[in-house]
Write a protein that binds this ligand. Sequence first.
Ligand code: ZN
Length: 279
Amino acid sequence: MKPESLIYILVFQALFGFEVFFSSTNIFSGDLIYIFGFCRNEKLTNTRQNGKSAVVYHEKNGKFHLFTGSDVEFFSGKLELVFMTEHSNYRYSFPVNMRKTETRLITFTNQTAAAMVSDRKKIISESRSFHEFYKAFTEPYWKGNFISPAGHAPVSSDFAVHRSNSVTGVQSFHRGIDFLMPSGAQVYAPNHGIVVFSGFADIRGNLVIINHGMGLYTSYFHLEKSLVKTGQKIKKGEIIALSGKSGLVTGAHLHWDVRIDNTCVNGTDLLKMHFPPEP
Ligand SMILES: [Zn+2]
């Protein structure tokens, strides 16, 4: 699918040379948002998002940028950003709408598999054990548009699909995108980055985690085989793995996880963005 051109919205332009652009201002829970701006004559001293400090990447020419996003279960609320300079505070506030999600019954014939998928303790503890890999905020390694990690493979289960286990009745949200891929299909790096993890976990199976910089990470689960090593620098389009059905799955596919600040966001947003979105 050809990525659609994003409309970058000029939200505010002050006389002091402060401008900020948002990739979208019609925000839904689970969206990934890219924000960039210029602060020409004064210094950007602090940025806060919803009352917490937000990490912004600064370039030398006064240009700054950041990715942000909210969790899919952040049902209602506001995205509030305050950019502080020596002289002024620039405030932006947008409502975060509840994402409309499709509900799918996940059918199991095997009682044990159904029970395992619903083993919340195990899922949460494995998920927690990976948090440390998503923490570092580094300079941007990514450059230009992101490409699909799955080539032309179609999406088989979209982001935020609400799942209901046919046997146990446990409900959950899909916090990634599944691509329909057979075992042994090539998985590509969507952009430049550094591999922060390449290994195995019970639920995720063989997995790879890539740091693209600026708090943005992409992960690849249920692989047949990883073709990269932890610490390895990778280039956009490089084959990083072969898809498979390792870990806890009902069949072969690629689960693609996109995170900003350790929050899972919609990877489709990333594939649609056009960089650099210079005004
Ligand atoms: Zn998945």
